[in-house]
Design a protein around this ligand. Structure first.
Ligand SMILES: C[S@@+](CC[C@H](N)C(=O)[O-])C[C@H]1O[C@@H](n2cnc3c(N)ncnc32)[C@H](O)[C@@H]1O
Length: 371
């Protein structure tokens, strides 16, 4: 995705509106779930934008506030709503920050909501906000951070790692894998080195990216390395990416989600599934260059990848569950097991009698997939 530096309001592309809808749907679920057991929740939008588009009133800040209001209404009816909902919006451009303040002020939000638009860069403002959150009574509240830059730069890995240090914090990142690939492949890579070191949090990209490979291969490598970096962080066991493409199959960007909780990943997939895919964009798994659309109903390809990755030895159910969550559109491995079983490529060691009704995990001792 080429870098874009608007100076006035712009039109949102269909994939942008789909991205905002995913954020809105996910946040409603996230606020509802965490709101039952927390007195305070926070949302941080690192690249907030002006709050509306020429062709749409929707934006990530309004989506977050609207989702929170719906969750607050639902939780209030159960008598367990958080008392404080904090929203931090960071925007570099003065005029967009002030537009965003105006947009948010047009609506009367619940008295529990506390919002603040900060003018500046994500890089400058993040640590101050995290410090404020950490100093709250009971410490850092569960915080969802949406990081949605234009282009490849402005999101140091150290900042992402700082957010994910906290147990109930999650991030959704718009990763410009194509732009990052171009930085690495540039003739004058020397001047991009500092950017690339910041993006990956070190110099490992120098060994891992084949800068002369075709751009689509390089994009795959960028994404794979980025996911690996996320997964190297303590407790960040669940991360998942999908490609946002045009209908013609050109890559726009990857949306990368990282969480410490499998439920977060399940709910993110639910939000993606629910978003209308009839617009002029398409979702795809994160395999760049192959026009494999997300197919939430056909387990064949992901089952074959699971076989390639985990086949040949006896493993506990959890290994397959983590693979399903992190690497496939599915929330669990069961439809892929059905597929592999029908091909005679799977053996199960049961605890007691074999199950006749699928794959109840509590009855499974180990599973082996056979090529
Ligand atoms: C892709 S737009 C955000 C769209 C918004 N998240 C939404 O879904 O409606 C990126 C925004 O980030 C702002 N921006 C650019 N560089 C920034 C930086 N380093 N820190 C914070 N904001 C930045 C741009 O001015 C632009 O408004």
């Amino acid at each position: 995705m080429p870098s874009f530096k608007p100076t006035k309001l712009w039109n949102a592309e269909p994939h942008t509106l789909a991205k905002i809808e995913i954020v809105r749907r996910y946040l409603f679920l996230w606020f509802r779930i965490l709101g039952t057991s927390n007195n305070r929740l926070a949302y941080l939008d690192g690249f907030s934008g002006p709050g509306r588009y020429l062709n749409s009133q929707q934006s990530s800040p309004t989506a977050a506030l609207t989702a929170a209001k719906a969750a607050l209404d639902a939780l209030s009816s159960l008598g367990r709503a958080p008392k404080e909902w904090l929203f931090y919006f960071i925007e570099r451009e003065n005029q967009f920050a002030s537009n965003l303040r105006n947009v948010i002020s047009e609506t009367t939000w619940p008295k529990e909501f506390n919002w603040d638009v900060r003018t500046g860069t994500f890089e400058e403002k993040l640590s101050g906000i995290l410090d404020e959150l950490k100093k709250l009574p009971n410490g850092m509240p569960p915080t969802f951070v949406f990081i949605d830059p234009f282009g490849a730069t402005g999101v140091p890995f150290t900042h992402v790692a700082e957010i994910l240090k906290h147990r109930s914090c999650e991030v959704l990142i718009n990763l410009d894998s194509d732009g990052i690939g171009r930085l690495a492949a540039a003739q004058s890579v020397e001047k991009n080195k500092a950017h690339l070191d910041a993006i990956f949090g070190g110099q490992m990209w120098e060994d891992r990216l084949e800068v002369r490979a075709p751009m689509l291969t390089l994009c795959s490598q960028v994404l794979a390395l980025y996911k690996e970096r996320l997964r190297s962080l303590p407790n960040v066991d669940y991360n998942f990416a999908f490609a946002m493409k045009t209908k013609q199959g050109t890559l726009n960007y990857h949306l990368v989600f990282a969480s410490q909780n499998p439920l977060g990943l399940k709910k993110m997939k639910e939000a993606m599934k629910a978003v209308d895919k009839s617009g002029s964009y398409s979702f795809s798994d994160d395999t760049v260059g192959q026009r494999r659309l997300w197919d939430f109903s056909d387990p064949e390809q992901p089952a074959n990848r699971m076989l390639e990755t985990l086949g040949g030895s006896w493993r506990p159910y959890k290994d397959y569950e983590d693979f399903a969550l992190n690497e496939t559109p599915f929330e669990n491995p069961k439809s892929m097991f059905q597929h592999l079983k029908s091909k005679g490529k799977m053996e199960v060691q049961w605890l007691g009698q074999p199950s006749r009704t699928g794959f109840p995990e509590e009855r499974i001792k180990a599973i082996k997939l056979n090529p």
